[in-house]
Write a protein that binds this ligand. Structure first.
Ligand SMILES: Cc1cc2nc3c(=O)[nH]c(=O)nc-3n(C[C@H](O)[C@H](O)[C@H](O)COP(=O)(O)OP(=O)(O)OC[C@H]3O[C@@H](n4cnc5c(N)ncnc54)[C@H](O)[C@@H]3O)c2cc1C
Length: 440
């Protein structure tokens, strides 16, 4: 054997949410694991809304609260805001399920969370290799993956199993032939956001939060994305607000829209601007979200390799669920690698047990169920325009005393819908919406 040959029991590509989860599981199972990250440190290149879900974290680190994770605020109020041309209707929920202990979700910033998450993998024994990009695979003649090639001099790292957790730019997944096409603009949303700093007390007052133990996470529909398929979001951090939106990439290209202009238009909306007034810009960035759903997923395993998280299009866009899918998929891939080691068999037959594990839990079930939703907003633009404006207008009318008989009021409210969308078509839209999320 060559003395310079670097060997591990397993290699994980990417120390994001999926990658550190996979590395944690395998290291705890006694494997010698290399966790390779192209950024200066984990999280350095990562970006999200966002809220991270505790069920997934607790699955791997049951005592996570004792380990002081760098969360901003728990999500204690969540829901939808419907933005009309000059108004806003809020449909949010507080209490109930959101009062759980620990909370269902925490708002966080990835630059803080990812290093902590990777530390949990390192504490379990995984070996983090930052500032290193995996550029290709080492493969045997029969195609079996037996390691990776990195951009370092003599950058070969050998291992009988490789877990690809490279995120949305799934170059390696393509290289391995697990998916036979480049990223398709119709299956990608480009999300852009600003983090705007404000004093904690100002955030609490403006968003109606009693203190920093309360946080708001909302999806914003309507006059956010010029009536085009897209959705906005607002998350309250401790002393900043994360605010942004995602628009399908093909739509941006078709209408020749500049992301920054769309975002700025949203931030200048008369119902949004006062919420962030006087704040200082801390961060501005953009990131792709793989929203193609089940139909856009690659093959999940092959001889010696598996793919997890965004690289495998594991995102439920309507619910903003991607972090939990990445963590749980990483864990299941790690468990499959442990099984392969115990059997001494790294062929696709054993690797495909990963897909069996995924099928048993929520990830594949949800992605299958929501398979029709990825194009729903594109084919039903009225949900971006007609209905949010109707909700705003109708509620505004309902709560206004015009000094006219109420019969006229209701006629006017109904008219504000039927002028834009006939009742039969509106009923059809509701059925289509139900079908797309129920998977009928
Ligand atoms: C704006 C926005 C808002 C979102 N909001 C939410 C939300 O509120 N809740 C939610 O659950 N989800 C949300 N998501 C989705 C969520 O962020 C992703 O689903 C999740 O981050 C996927 O995790 P991952 O580990 O698969 O990929 P990533 O987190 O992207 O990690 C991939 C890692 O691999 C590294 N890497 C890539 N290529 C290589 C290589 N060749 N060599 C070495 N390292 C490599 C990267 O640097 C990175 O660290 C949001 C996404 C966006 C963009």
């Amino acid at each position: 054997m060559n003395s310079e040959r670097i060997e591990f029991d397993a290699v994980v590509v990417g120390a994001g949410l999926a990658g550190s989860a996979a590395a944690m599981v395998m290291a705890r199972g006694g494997l010698n694991v290399a966790l390779i990250e192209r950024g200066q440190k984990p999280g350095g290149k990562n970006y999200f809304g966002g809220a991270i879900y505790t069920h997934a974290i607790a699955d791997l680190v049951p005592d996570f609260m004792d380990r002081r994770p760098p969360f901003e605020r728990p999500v204690t109020e969540a829901g939808f805001w419907f933005l009309g041309k000059d108004g806003l209707t809020r449909m949010t929920v507080q209490g109930g399920e959101l009062n759980a202990d620990p909370p269902d979700a925490f708002i966080t910033l990835r630059a803080n969370f990812d290093p902590w998450w990777a530390e949990q993998a390192q504490a379990a024994g995984a070996f983090l290799i930052p500032k290193t990009t995996v550029v290709d695979f080492i493969r045997e003649e029969n195609g079996q993956v037996t390691g990776v090639l990195t951009d370092r001099p003599q950058g070969e790292i050998h291992a009988p199993v490789v877990i690809i957790c490279e995120g949305v730019n799934n170059i390696l997944t393509q290289k391995l032939g697990l998916i036979h096409r480049d990223l398709e603009p119709a299956q990608m949303a480009l999300a852009f956001k600003k983090v705007i700093s404000l004093p904690m007390e100002t955030i609490n007052a403006r968003f109606g939060l009693p203190d920093d133990a309360h946080g708001l996470a909302v999806s914003v529909l309507g006059d956010v994305s010029l009536g085009l398929p897209g959705m906005g979001f607002v998350y309250t951090n401790k002393a900043s607000v994360s605010i942004g939106l995602g628009v399908m990439l093909d739509t941006l290209a078709e209408y020749r829209l500049r992301p920054y202009d769309v975002l700025q238009r949203y931030l200048d909306h008369p119902a949004i601007a006062p919420l962030i007034k006087g704040g200082q810009l801390l961060e501005y960035g953009a990131h792709l979200i793989p929203e193609g759903g089940y139909r856009a997923m690659p093959k999940l395993a092959t001889d010696g390799a598996m793919v997890a998280g965004d690289a495998a299009a594991m995102v439920n866009a309507l619910h903003w669920e991607g972090t939990n899918m990445a963590i749980v998929a990483g864990k299941l891939a790690g468990e499959t690698a442990l099984e392969a080691h115990s059997r001494g068999d790294f062929t696709a037959k054993v690797m495909s047990r990963y897909e069996d594990r995924l099928s048993e839990g929520f990830i594949l079930k949800d992605l299958k169920q929501y398979r029709g939703f990825s194009r729903f907003l594109e084919t039903h633009p009225q949900f971006m325009d007609v209905y949010p404006n109707f909700v705003n207008g109708a509620l505004g009318q309902f709560f206004t005393a015009y000094g006219k008989p109420k019969k006229e009021l209701f006629k006017g409210m109904l008219g504000s819908l039927t002028n834009r969308r006939g009742l039969i078509k509106a009923a059809g839209d509701i059925v289509s919406m139900a079908r797309s999320v129920m998977g009928w």
